[in-house]
Design a protein around this ligand. Sequence first.
Ligand code: NAD
Length: 427
Amino acid sequence: MLVTTTSTRTAPAADATPLATARTQLATAVEHLGYDDGLHQMLATPRREIHVAVPLRRDDGTTVLFHGFRVQHNVSRGPGKGGLRYHPSVDISEVRALAMWMTWKCGIVDLPFGGAKGGIDIDPRSFSADELERVTRRYTSELMSNIGPDTDIMAPDMGTDDRTMAWVMDTYSVNRGYTIPAVVTGKPLAVGGSLGRGTATSAGIVHVTAAALKEAEIPLNAVSVAIQGFGKVGGHAARIFAERGARVVAVSDQYGGVRDDAGLDLERLTAHVEATGSVVGFDGADPVGNEELLALDVDVLVPAAVEGVLTEVTAPTVRARWVVEGANGPTTTAGDRILAANGVTVVPDVLANAGGVVVSYFEWVQANQTYWWSEQEIAEKLARRMASAYADVSALARRDGISLRDAALVIGVRRTAEAHEIRGLYP
Ligand code: NAD
């Protein structure tokens, strides 16, 4: 029997979808830059979209069908670059938004990449490792002629990890006839991964938070932090914030959250998550709901889970002075306006979580030259790249009297448009 999966997350209002948010952000940047409608449409429209059916034979012999997508939003500055997401709510609209944000992100941190994103509407927690491997290999084989180290390079995102990338790389390599490590980033060290990639997004978040706080002359070790999402990004961010002296007072995952105003014992909490699969039930802290976490009286709030959590309903409750967006698209357009009106400084996703793609770039460079750098070299290069991107964005925001988000978008969009113009239009 063939069963089609359906999404389990409630759909946001039409003007609060990730794609609506991404398009509004682009329109604001285009207006600031004074571009004409033709250029606006080129920047708004994905270069290529691929939809694939992904049938899976389950361990029990039944078959289930998933929908897979890959969107290459822009490749003017180099190959498409972007994550692969496994989540039941994945659809073409969400992937389009995520791919667009990748284009601007690569521009902001000045990488020779365009933007892409992929996803499958599967809940990875409901499937065995063998089933996930088969899904990944089928999806990859469907995309064989559209991905590659010089065309489109995947990386982990929500619901995928280094092991997923090893399967993508192996499937691609076996079909090509030789090993091609640079077709993915975020892969295990044993097959050409980079030191520091697993923690890069989180390290980058902490770097830009420190830079934003410095402008207010506040050291990182004087602030309290709440983090929504305790996965690859939120989990490492919590640890790195704590290592640098910040007090991490609350974290959550999709099942709920925990708080301790004195600062969470992250080592014990991590052991609890490894044992149970969630922060919920941790006996060293009090429970806190996901929406309640957004409204805690902390200095820094880091949404590091899903899109669209800071909305016209939740943004008015935010008491943090800084929102540092670890997730992609956590703030809707309405939420953004409310935060700005309330004096909250938002360090936008396309800047704040760019550390991952920066070290992905380092991984790609290393794989291409088959020469590997030390963890310290990676850490230093990442810190420099994030500091310089933050300084560019902050300087433009001050010069033009615009938000950090608008300034970041203007930089990313301008660099992309410059590449379009210099290359010219074919034919
Ligand atoms: P992950 O799958 O490792 O972790 C996601 C976390 O979010 C989990 O703790 C999960 O329980 C939680 N979560 C899921 N739905 C939730 C909900 N509705 N409410 C609260 N928590 C929820 O994913 P990740 O790689 O950490 O990615 C998180 C975000 O960061 C995504 O927006 C992703 O696009 C973005 N991002 C990731 C990377 C990367 O390198 N992994 C880079 C840049 C941006």
